[in-house]
Design a protein. Structure first.
Lengths: 211, 485
């Protein structure tokens, strides 16, 4: 299988959208199953990209290019995947908390989560606890991810966790938090399930939370 | 020997921009402001800009700013700005003749030098950093170096200003991102000022206002800055792009965008309060593309600082730049190199202010012992900036004639005179002397710095507030907490 999908896997690693699209179409035309393409080429390709990021071999923009290529291929495959074969690891609803306009870190994590196989709903910035709750319900979120840069806005994270509890969702979703003023100790204190000190660590933590 | 007057004092200066380069960066900045525009979330700022002739799209909140408005704002802002101190001996007059140094900021965390634990910062941490600042001659003004996480979140920035005013007689430069806090901050500043009233001619505090890259202004923070500017509070516009993420990956693109963000803030401020005191910030940074974290230091930051400091000066503004910061997590060669080179370049670029004392980990945490080591670096930078006095007295040919070939200068009266005048810089915590002497008493640099900090905290007391000031300040914070809840 690795030989058969070697070029496709490499195209994902290289972030080559055109070649990835063409190879996915070719594989489908030859009768390959969507699940097989996903598991044989796309996810292993992203796995390599993730490893290279961790070891400092590649730049973040290269990871994002691969993630974008992966998303494009998934868009093609999704209608062909059987129920339960989403290949996905679940849905992450992600946003920057109310009062905070900073979103680069959150966007980075969002793009990398989608590259890793999560469905990502990016709510944007200035998201209130009620908006997080509504989005988690609407999208059947597996994980709610909150970001804040300003120390004055991180209390909104605890309020959101409380709001998820009040809505009866707390045992259905895992909560992840991140941002410069956030620490593991703070995550523990407010009862979040996960914290990533950087985008790569956040993806690893998200994967471990849904296993 | 015939007397020659000599050229006098020679002072080193670093420069990056030519006249053409300044004109080019300015021109590209105007193009960016007029075509791409800037998002102003503040309705008040949009109204001011619309009235002045800018093209405003209320739905997207994007304002395209014509060149004339920028030129008018540049012309309207004052060239000299006073950052007054409670203790008038520590006033910082920003007129291009001096470089004043402040803390780094703003740390959510503190590495407690007593316990070695890295933990969320408290109001007491900020207070102690200001007491140390008050005691150190090398530190000219206080910056919001630690977040008082133990204060109610809604009034933390006000608490920060208050604590800086209490902890030191030097000027306090803080953050205030909620317009509702403005009257309380002014009341606190009045209570700390001589005479007990707010005096716009002697602002004892100023505010750092940060646009959000790329090309955005938050509503609350800008509204607060506009109100403060109207009261005569100096506003420092600090745009902190992350090259490659929130600004172009290139140094050139980030320089132009940063300039555009600062100037767009200036336009709004000068429309609200023409002639109000303004400080340009010559500092930017990168996103580290392997770890996805903020990279405050390194060669890119040095070049950003040089280019932007010079842009600000060429416009005629006082400039705040960076120095002494480090991305290192401990006191080490990296922290010394990064902090020292940036401090020296900012000094030699003649920045009016630079910040960066007392923090590590890309300004993520406060570590008090670093402040006294930073002070040592600042003193050396100042000695370099003082340059070389070149005249017959300092060339000392007459003394050379007296000493003659093979003699020595140690016993010459002139040698003593020049040493007493400070011809040679004297170390405090840094070390010379013999290896054996050091071995006989091997106290590490960090231990010496820690002991120096402990000594300051045990013995130094900042000047007291005017009578009744403590009570008024406490009442202002309490009233703010009540009003905002």
């Amino acid at each position: 299988m690795s030989d058969q999908y070697g070029p496709l896997k490499q195209a994902v690693i290289d972030g080559n959208a055109d070649l990835t699209g063409a190879l996915v179409q070719a594989a489908l035309a030859q009768g390959a199953k969507a699940k097989e393409i996903l598991e044989g080429a796309l996810l292993p390709g992203m796995e390599v990209v993730g490893q290279r990021m961790k070891s400092g071999e590649c730049f973040i923009p290269e990871v994002l290019l691969s993630a974008r290529v992966m998303q494009g291929a998934l868009d093609t495959l999704k209608p062909l995947l059987a129920e339960g074969e989403g290949g996905g690891l679940g849905t992450v609803v992600i946003g920057t908390v109310e009062g905070d306009l900073h979103d680069i870190g959150k966007n980075l994590v969002g793009m990398m989560l989608s590259g890793a196989g999560f469905e990502v709903v990016n709510l944007g910035t200035g998201i209130s606890p009620a908006q997080f709750v509504a989005a988690a319900e609407e999208h059947g979120a597996t994980i709610v991810g909150m970001s804040a840069l300003l120390t004055t806005t991180i209390p909104r994270m605890k309020e959101t966790i409380d709001a998820l509890g009040a809505a009866g969702l707390r045992d259905k979703v895992k909560v992840m938090i991140g941002g410069a003023p956030v620490t593991q100790a703070f995550a523990d204190e407010i009862g979040a399930d996960g914290y990533g000190a950087n985008a790569g660590a956040a993806v690893d933590r998200a994967k471990s939370l849904v296993k | 020997m015939p007397a020659l007057p000599g050229p006098g004092r020679l002072t080193p200066r670093v420069s990056l921009l030519t006249d053409d380069a300044f004109a080019y960066v300015h021109g590209r900045t105007l193009e960016l402001l007029a075509t791409v525009g800037v998002r102003f979330a503040s309705a008040r700022a949009r109204a001011l800009l619309r009235e002045a002739g800018a093209q405003v799209d209320d739905e997207s909140m994007v304002v395209r700013i014509p060149a004339e408005l920028v030129e008018q704002a540049v012309a309207a802002a004052p060239h000299d700005v006073l950052l007054a101190a409670r203790d008038g001996a520590h006033d910082c007059l920003l007129d291009r003749s001096c470089t004043f140094v402040g803390h780094d900021g703003m740390g959510a965390m503190t590495l407690d030098h007593r316990t070695g634990e890295r933990r969320p910062s408290t109001d007491q941490d900020l207070y102690e950093a200001c007491v140390v600042a008050d005691a150190l001659d090398e530190l000219g003004f206080c910056w919001y170096v630690a977040t008082p996480n133990d204060a109610p979140p809604a009034v933390q920035s006000l608490q920060g200003i208050v604590t800086m005013l209490r902890g030191s007689g030097k000027h306090a430069q803080g953050d205030l991102s909620d317009p509702k806090l403005v009257p309380f901050a002014l009341e606190a500043a009045a209570a700390a000022s001589l005479g007990g009233v707010w005096d716009p001619a002697r602002p004892v505090f100023s505010i750092v206002y940060c646009p959000v890259s790329p090309l955005q202004h938050d509503a609350d923070a800008l509204d607060a800055a506009l109100l403060l500017a109207e009261e005569g509070v100096p506003i420092v516009v600090y745009s902190l792009a992350l090259a490659g993420a929130t600004s172009p990956v290139t140094l050139a693109g980030t320089i132009v965008q940063t300039n555009a963000e600062i100037l767009s803030g200036l336009v709004a401020l000068q429309l609200a309060a023409p002639g109000s005191p303004f400080v340009y910030v010559g500092n930017s940074s990168i996103l580290d593309m392997k770890t996805s974290t903020f990279g405050a230091c390194g060669p890119e930051a040095l070049l950003f600082n040089l280019a932007l400091t010079e842009m600000g000066h060429r416009y005629g503004f006082p400039v705040l730049s960076g120095g002494l910061s480090s991305d290192a997590k401990e006191l080490c060669m990296q922290s010394g190199y990064e902090g020292g080179t940036m401090a020296l370049l900012s000094t030699l670029a003649r920045a009016d202010l630079f910040v960066g004392m007392g923090m590590l980990d890309s300004a993520q945490f406060l570590y008090l012992p670093k402040m006294v080591l930073d002070a040592e670096v600042v003193a050396q930078c100042a000695h370099v900036a003082r340059g070389v006095q070149l005249d017959d007295e300092s060339v000392m040919l007459a003394v050379s004639a007296r000493v003659g070939p093979g003699g020595h200068f140690l016993a010459a009266r002139e040698t003593r005179t020049f040493l007493r005048r400070g011809e040679h810089h004297q170390l405090k915590l840094f070390q010379r002397g013999s290896y054996e002497a050091w071995r006989a008493h091997p106290v590490s640099e960090a231990e010496r710095a820690t002991a120096a900090v402990d000594e300051i905290l045990a013995t130094h007391r900042p000047p007291a507030l005017p009578t009744g000031g403590e009570e008024r300040i406490a009442a202002a914070v309490a009233a703010a907490a009540e009003a905002i809840d």
